[in-house]
Design a protein around this ligand. Structure first.
Ligand code: DAH
Length: 358
C-alpha cells in the first residue's frame, strides 16, 4: 500500500527532525495519541469488511509499532544529547588555579575593644554609649574642667560650628562625658564601661586625631579606693594575660577625680625591645581616681551618700603594647598587608575563663 509507505516515511522524517524532547512528544501525540493519524487508521478498521480488515489491520499494526519504536529510539538519542550538553557545560576545569582566600580579619582595635569589654563584662559592667559630637558642658564643664584648662584651647579640641541650646559643640576629646550622661539617666548603683571614638588635634607616631578610649565608672554607697585598685589590677592582669603582672598606682591629677591615680604596669627593655611583666621599668597605661564629689553633684547625685571611682584608657595604646604594634598611625592606613599581619581570625576568643568578679 503506497499510501501507508508514504505516511511511514513522512512520520519517520518528522521524528528524525524533532529537535528536542518536546517536539518529539508533539509528534507522538499527533500520530499515536487518541486523535492521532495512526490511531485514526486503527479506528477505520471497524468500517471495513472482514477480508480487507485482516490485511489492513496487520499493516496498520506494523505501522503503529514501527512509529512507536522510532519514537523510542529518537527519545533515547535526544536524552543522551541533553546529558552530553549539560556535562560539557558543567565540566570543572581542574587546570584553573584555586580561588584566593578572601576571608577578612578583625582589626586589632576591634579585637582589643572586644577583649576589654569581655573582661569588664565578667566583672559585672555593662556597656554605655554617648554621642561623638558632644556639648561643651558634658565634655568639660560637668566634669569640673575649668574654663582656662589647656584641654579647652582651640588647638587641642575640634570645635564644631553648630550650637545646641547656646552650647558650643565639640568632637568629644574623651569618653568621660558619658559618665555624666549615665549619672543623669541612671540611679546608682552604676557600673558601666564606655568604649568609643575620641578626637584631638594631634598627629604623630603616638597620636592620631581620631582614636579610641574605654571609660569606666562605678558609683555606689560603699565604693572606695580599694575597689578601684582591685578592679584595675584584675583588669591589667587579665588583659595582658599575666597573673603576676606588677601594677602600680601613682598619684596624679584629673579635674574629675579626687584623689587621682595613674596606673603603671611592670616592664623591661631588653636589647631595646619592650617586654611586659616583671622588670626594672614601668609603663603608664591608664588614668583613674575617685569621682570628684563636685561631679556627682553636677549630675544630681548626693555626694554625701554616694561615692564612685572612674578610669579611662587609650585603646590604641594598650593594643600597641599587647600586640607589639610600633606606630599608631598604621592603625588607620587601611593597608591590607598590615591587617593580614596584625589582624585576627573571627574565631580568636580572648581567654577570660576563671576570672574573679567584683
Ligand atoms: N579622660 C581622661 C583622658 O582622656 C582619662 C581619664 C582619667 C578618665 C581618669 C577617667 C579618669 O575616668 O578617672 O585623658
Amino acid at each position: 500500500m503506497k499510501n501507508l509507505d508514504e505516511l511511514k516515511s513522512e512520520i519517520e522524517e518528522a521524528i528524525h527532525g524533532a529537535a528536542d524532547l518536546n517536539a518529539l512528544e508533539d509528534i507522538r501525540i499527533s500520530e499515536l495519541g487518541k486523535k492521532g493519524r495512526v490511531s485514526g487508521l486503527m479506528k477505520s478498521l471497524g468500517k471495513m469488511d472482514p477480508e480487507e480488515r485482516k490485511t489492513a489491520g496487520q499493516q496498520f499494526n506494523e505501522l503503529k509499532q514501527a512509529v512507536a519504536a522510532l519514537i523510542k529510539t529518537r527519545k533515547i538519542d535526544l536524552e543522551n544529547a541533553d546529558l552530553d550538553a549539560s556535562l560539557a557545560e558543567e565540566k570543572i576545569d581542574i587546570t584553573l588555579p584555586a580561588r584566593p582566600d578572601t576571608q577578612g580579619s578583625i582589626h586589632p582595635i576591634s579585637q582589643t575593644m572586644d577583649e576589654v569589654v569581655a573582661i569588664f563584662g565578667e566583672m559585672g559592667f555593662t556597656v554605655a554609649e554617648g554621642p561623638d559630637i558632644e556639648e561643651d558642658w558634658y565634655n568639660f564643664t560637668a566634669l569640673n574642667i575649668p574654663v582656662d584648662h589647656p584641654a579647652r584651647q582651640e588647638h587641642d579640641t575640634f570645635y564644631v560650628n553648630a550650637e545646641k541650646d547656646g552650647q558650643r559643640m565639640v568632637l568629644r576629646t574623651h569618653t568621660s562625658p558619658v559618665q555624666i550622661r549615665t549619672m543623669q539617666s541612671q540611679k546608682p548603683p552604676i557600673r558601666i564601661i564606655v568604649p568609643g571614638r575620641t578626637y584631638r588635634c594631634d598627629h604623630d607616631a603616638t597620636h592620631s586625631p581620631m582614636f579610641h578610649q574605654v571609660e569606666g565608672l562605678v558609683v555606689d554607697e560603699t565604693t572606695h579606693m580599694g575597689h578601684l585598685k582591685g578592679c584595675l589590677i584584675e583588669f591589667c592582669r587579665a588583659f595582658f594575660r599575666d597573673d603576676d603582672l606588677p601594677v602600680r598606682f601613682r598619684p596624679s591629677y584629673f579635674p574629675f577625680t579626687e584623689p587621682s591615680a595613674e596606673v603603671d604596669i611592670g616592664c623591661s627593655f631588653e636589647d631595646g625591645s619592650l617586654k611586659i611583666g616583671h622588670g626594672d621599668d614601668w609603663l603608664e597605661i591608664l588614668g583613674s581616681g575617685m569621682v570628684n564629689p563636685a561631679v556627682l553633684e553636677n549630675c544630681g547625685i548626693d555626694s554625701t551618700k554616694y561615692q564612685g571611682f572612674a578610669f579611662g584608657m587609650g585603646i590604641e595604646r594598650i593594643a600597641m603594647l599587647k600586640y607589639g604594634i610600633p606606630d599608631l598611625r598604621t592603625f588607620y592606613d587601611s593597608d591590607l598587608r598590615w591587617l593580614r599581619h596584625y589582624g585576627f581570625r573571627s574565631l580568636d576568643v580572648p581567654s577570660m575563663v576563671g576570672r574573679a568578679s567584683l
